[in-house]
Design a protein around this ligand. Structure first.
Ligand SMILES: NC(=O)c1ccc[n+]([C@@H]2O[C@H](COP(=O)([O-])OP(=O)(O)OC[C@H]3O[C@@H](n4cnc5c(N)ncnc54)[C@H](OP(=O)(O)O)[C@@H]3O)[C@@H](O)[C@H]2O)c1
Length: 507
């Protein structure tokens, strides 16, 4: 452990797995002072380390237990998520907890980095390929850990960050040796590493067709019925309008915003004047026009207007469409809303998502829950309400924030990485389905606020124009894999064979 300051300590977060015990034993065996933080329900079993037990998942207890430990000159934190037996919700709770561990560790590790290496290392046992090979669904949430580590690397560049995924076939001792080796790697800028039993692998970006030539996607058309979460508003709405133009599938758009008739006070009022009108209405009805209430009232009107506009555009493009007001984080409400259509649904587009940007050091459990819920619990509710075996198409809206990590977006990056792993897991369980997890870069609209837009522009990052993004989305439903010499940025459209028949594309 020569990279670390002499006499500094290590902290192992023990999830009860053999791997956690083996990592702690190996670190202690190398002469290092080791603390073990046992997660709730994990029995004490590691000798040669100082034991700290958590009785529950509460944030106050975590802070009380972990802060004195980290103050003991901890320069290496190894957070292990490798235990078998939990279900999906256990996995998501554990994922959020890993982010809270990082929240407490980021500052002490930053300080420790001034006197030698300081590292935050995570160890998972998906498939040695970050879950992208397709793992059982209950294991999928652990795939989100890499999104945290990549974001930590952005937010705390002085800290050595590594997410290690190990194939279950590796025995605990071999796996622990690899984790400890990774923590001592001389190359510091590789953040995500997998060991699949034979090779050490990473992830990179390459320009490749999304599918091999000759692999056909099921034909989509008016007989299909697609459930689209978040489809009433934002970029997903733009995508479904384009899909309607090209293929005319039936569409069920889900969102929380109720689609009631416009209230009297808002009728005919331009969007720019809605806040003033909402404040006047509140005053007139004897209610104090607090900024929160004004935002609530005007936001609901803007939201409903957006949804009405989407429905009109989709109908004008030739699709049948319905809007279902449902919060997809509520499994029962989602199942009830979708029940009348269940047997006819042939596809899913999961676009719902929210942001709550904040640096890891300042993350609150409530923000993590807000960001995780629509992406993760929402996906599960919708998937559970649909006949998985009958789904021919599934497209998930993930983000480059997950692939690269992004400042302030640790929870968002984690949730999107889970979507990527879920896509592989779903494909393995449902080989008949054509499934894609789109890791979008930033668009010109949707959740990208004018402030964020300005930051991107300042950095020279090109935002995806709405029309281009919507066409890229529709391309996912293109029946045949097609390569053309033109690219969206060149202004010429990539062509998909039209519904009237195949089309030859010459280079
Ligand atoms: N915009 C980008 O640049 C960008 C980049 C990468 C990835 N993405 C992804 O693309 C997706 C759409 O982003 P956007 O920019 O269009 O965001 P947006 O404008 O904020 O729209 C989010 C959509 O999700 C719906 N939603 C949120 N929580 C929900 C819940 N609990 N139940 C049902 N619907 C819910 C919202 O509808 P209600 O408010 O009515 O519930 C809205 O339609 C997200 O998953 C995002 O992560 C976007």
């Amino acid at each position: 452990m020569g990279a670390y300051e002499e006499g500094s300590a290590a902290l192992v977060v023990d999830d009860g797995s053999e791997l956690a015990a083996a990592v702690a034993a190996r670190l202690a065996g190398s002469g290092r002072r080791v603390h073990v933080l046992r997660l709730p329900g994990v029995p004490e079993r590691i000798t040669g380390a100082t034991d700290h037990a958590l009785s529950g998942w509460g944030v106050t207890e975590l802070a009380e237990r972990i802060e004195p430990v980290l103050a003991d000159r901890v320069s290496l934190v190894v957070d292990v998520t490798a235990a078998d037996g939990g279900d999906w919700s256990d996995g998501v709770r554990r994922l959020a907890h890993t982010l809270l561990v990082a929240k407490h560790a980021v500052e002490p590790l930053g300080t420790a980095a001034a006197s030698g290496r300081a590292a935050f290392v995570t160890a998972t046992r998906l498939d040695g390929r970050f879950g992208l090979g397709g793992v059982p669904e209950e294991k999928v949430p652990a795939g989100g850990v890499a999104g945290l580590v990549k974001t930590l690397a952005v937010e705390a560049p002085a800290v050595f960050c590594r997410a290690v995924d190990l194939a279950p076939a590796l025995d605990a001792q071999a796996a622990a040796a690899l984790v400890v080796d990774e923590a001592s790697d001389a190359v510091a800028d590789t953040v995500q590493v997998g060991h699949d039993g034979t090779r050490r692998v990473g992830l990179t970006v390459a320009e490749r067709p999304l599918r091999a030539a000759g692999t056909d996607v099921p034909q989509i058309g008016p007989d299909d019925l697609l459930v689209v979460t978040g489809g009433g508003r934002g970029i997903t709405a733009a995508c479904v309008v384009e899909l309607a133009r090209q293929y005319r599938p039936g569409l069920l758009l889900l969102g929380r915003t109720p689609l009631a008739d416009e209230p009297e006070w808002a009728r005919g009022v331009a969007e720019s004047a809605l806040k003033g009108a909402a404040a006047a209405h509140l005053k007139a009805t004897g209610e104090k026009p607090t900024p929160k209430r004004v935002e609530q009232l005007s936001g609901a009107v803007v939201g409903a207007r957006e949804i009405r506009a989407t429905l009109e555009e989709v109908r004008a493009a030739g699709s049948e469409v319905e809007y279902l007001a449902a919060d997809i984080t509520d499994a029962a409400a989602t199942a009830a809303a979708l029940a009348p259509y269940r047997e006819r649904v042939t596809g899913l587009v999961h676009g719902a998502g929210v942001l709550a940007d904040q640096l890891i050091a300042n993350k609150k459990a409530s923000e993590i829950e807000r960001v995780f819920a629509p992406k993760l619990a929402g996906l599960r509710s919708v998937a559970a309400a649909l006949p998985a075996g009958a789904l021919r198409h599934a497209v998930l809206f993930s983000s480059v924030a997950g692939f690269f990590g992004n400042q302030g977006q640790s929870d968002y990056a984690m949730a999107n990485e889970v979507l990527n792993a879920w896509a592989s897991s779903f494909k393995q369980r449902n080989p008949q389905a054509h499934i894609t997890s789109l890791n979008w870069g930033a668009w010109e609209s949707g959740m990208v606020s004018p402030q964020v837009k300005a930051i991107f522009e300042e950095r020279g990052i090109v935002l995806i124009p709405v029309e281009t993004g919507a066409k890229m989305f529709a391309e996912q439903f293109c029946r045949r894999a097609v390569r053309t010499t033109s690219s969206p940025s060149s202004g010429r459209r990539r062509r998909c064979p039209s519904r009237s028949g195949p089309r030859a594309v010459r280079r």
